[in-house]
Ligand binder design. Structure first.
Ligand SMILES: Nc1nc2c(ncn2[C@@H]2O[C@H](COP(=O)(O)OP(=O)(O)OP(=O)(O)O)[C@@H](O)[C@H]2O)c(=O)[nH]1
Ligand SMILES: [Mg+2]
Length: 542
């Protein structure tokens, strides 16, 4: 309902208060939240229909004189008063006051409307009144009844217009009055056409009507006698309506005050200090503690050592390198990346990832994680009220039970990038084996020369390279070159090992930072955002 008046503001304020109450729920003193909700509920109910306009409907049986009363009250001939029954088939509206009730009437779906010129006798007393002339509720026309039933639920006040013949009609009492007994405060019964009665008959009639209403639990309903034809009692009826209009305006003002008070209470309970975002330092500290707890130093060392071992095996002098075969591979021992097994899986995806054999987090690293978590939560909740800081602490630790497993999974699924950068190992290996072959050929050659000499056979033809005998060059040179190549390769492997270790550390740290973001920071930040949203809403309400 967007009437361009203080009501629209009130509606917006109620919305903000509702938003704040929802956000504060569970984080702030429940009494303050409950009070805000109570005020919202009450205001909503009052505002739902009409803001601070007062919608009064004239309802009743056909021919009771609703349209005549409507005309009398609005001093117009807007409504058709007919002899043929029923006469009125669509609701009709008259509005009083400066504020446009267009949207309200659109919402009520009443296309026929009329703005009443200011009534000099009442001055501004009726400003805000929206008077409806309804069709008859006991109509032979089903549509009339539906229209009445629809509007009865929406209006602020119902004025039941009855006539001396049909005031006790069961259709009215059983279908409307009795079921609406809870709403006695917002109903009125007007006995019309009293000009047709003698004073005694009138008293008799009113007494009877009151008795009937009392028997239905409606003793508090106002009863009046009027005559739309002569104008008797109309002024008094207007006076009563003016009273209702004033009540509603007063109520709207009081509601506005209630909303402010509830907002104030909620703001005090929730806190007004801005929340500090989590600092880079706290996050770094937590990441470092988690990296240690997850065994990142252990893994990076193993990466370096595994590279050295594997590089040594591939590029070392084959005659000696086989000894290294008996050394266990440090990464396989941790059940981590094997060369050639590049894995790219998110640490948070559930999936069959075997646990690593890294030692589980206990003792000092665990205590360090705890304290880093606590420091981060403390920092994020500085200056906040108890409920909010508790919520932030809870959020920071929400996933801490699963944290060791999540971290282990993060480590296990990090691509340690051990597949690349080792093409040259194969080349060196081929050269090494060629050199070994050279040595074997040299040795065989020397051996056969020795056997030939021993058996005094003619010597083998002499081949010399660089003025040295070829078999000697092959044998000694092969060994020396193999050892030299192994030595040079070792330098290359060492450089690679350091680079791999550094890269693995980097990748593992990134994986752990992702775990921190999802498992810790997301919860903390959403709590901070929630606090800020509540604070923003309450700030705007002040
Ligand atoms: N004598 C007398 N006749 C009245 C009075 N009020 C209304 N009437 C007459 O009663 C008849 C019905 O009046 P309406 O105002 O059309 O009644 P209604 O309740 O609007 O009827 P529907 O539109 O059919 O539901 C008309 O002939 C009016 O002239 C009154 O106070 N005194
Ligand atoms: Mg009518």
């Amino acid at each position: 309902m967007a009437r361009k008046d203080p009501t629209a503001r009130l509606v917006e304020r109620v919305r903000l208060l509702g938003e704040a109450a929802d956000l504060c729920s569970g984080r702030v003193d429940e009494a303050a939240v409950a009070e805000a909700r109570r005020v919202i509920d009450q205001t909503d109910r009052r505002l739902a229909v009409s803001g601070d306009a007062t919608v009064v409907a004239l309802a009743g049986a056909t021919g009771s004189g609703k349209s005549s009363t409507f005309n009398a009250l609005s001093a117009t001939q807007m409504a058709t008063v007919g002899v043929r029954r029923p006469t009125t088939s669509h609701a009709l509206a008259s509005t009083w006051g400066e504020d446009s009730a267009e949207e309200l009437l659109d919402w009520l779906q009443i296309p026929r409307r009329h703005a009443v010129e200011r009534d000099p006798s009442m001055a501004a007393a009726l400003d805000g009144l929206v008077l409806l002339d309804l069709p008859d509720h006991d109509s032979t026309e089903v549509a009339h009844k539906l229209e009445v039933d629809r509007l009865v639920k929406l209006v602020d006040m119902l004025v039941w217009v009855v006539d001396p013949q049909k005031y006790a009609d069961a259709a009215l009492h059983d279908r409307y009055l009795k079921p609406l007994a809870q709403h006695a405060e917002v109903m009125m019964v007007v006995l019309n056409q009293v000009d047709l009665l003698s004073p005694e008959q009138r008293d008799q009639c009113l007494r009877d009507l009151r008795r009937l209403l009392s028997s239905e639990g409606l003793e508090r309903v106002e009863v009046m006698a009027v005559s739309a034809a002569t104008g008797e009692g109309i002024e008094e009826l207007r006076g009563r309506l003016a009273g209702r209009v004033a009540d509603k305006k007063l109520a709207a003002r009081r509601l506005a005050a209630d909303v402010s008070a509830a907002a104030e209470t909620l703001a005090a309970a929730s806190g007004t200090a801005p929340a500090a975002p989590v600092s880079r330092r706290s996050v770094d500290r937590l990441n470092a503690a988690l990296a240690e707890a997850a065994g990142v130093p252990l893994v990076t060392e193993a990466v370096g050592n595994a590279w050295r071992l594997r590089g040594g095996l591939a590029t070392g002098w084959p005659v000696l390198a086989w000894i290294a075969k008996f050394k266990p591979d440090p990464l396989r021992r941790l059940r981590l990346g094997q060369l050639g097994a590049g894995k790219q899986q998110s640490a948070l995806d559930a999936g069959p990832v075997g646990r690593t054999s890294l030692p589980s987090t206990t003792g000092v690293p665990k205590a360090r994680v705890e304290s880093a978590l606590r420091a981060l939560a403390d920092e994020a909740s500085t200056g906040l009220t108890r409920g909010w800081s508790d919520a932030i602490r809870t959020a920071a630790r929400a996933n801490s039970a699963a944290l060791p497993d999540t971290l282990d999974r993060a480590v296990a699924t990090t691509d340690l990038d051990l597949d690349r950068h080792r093409g040259w190992w194969q080349l060196v290996r081929v050269v090494q084996w060629l050199l070994v072959a050279g040595v074997v050929v040299g040795l065989a050659w020397l051996g056969s020369a020795f056997v030939f000499a021993y058996l005094q056979l003619p010597p083998l033809p002499k081949v010399t390279w660089w003025q040295l005998p070829a078999p000697t060059v092959l044998t000694v040179g092969g060994v020396l070159a193999g050892l030299l190549l192994a030595g040079l390769s070792r330098i290359g492997v060492e450089v690679g090992a350091r680079r791999r270790a550094a890269k693995a550390r980097h990748a593992l740290r990134a994986a752990i930072a992702a775990v921190t973001r999802k498992q810790v920071l997301a919860g903390v930040n959403s709590e901070i955002e929630r606090y800020e949203a509540a604070r923003g809403a309450l700030e705007r309400l002040r």
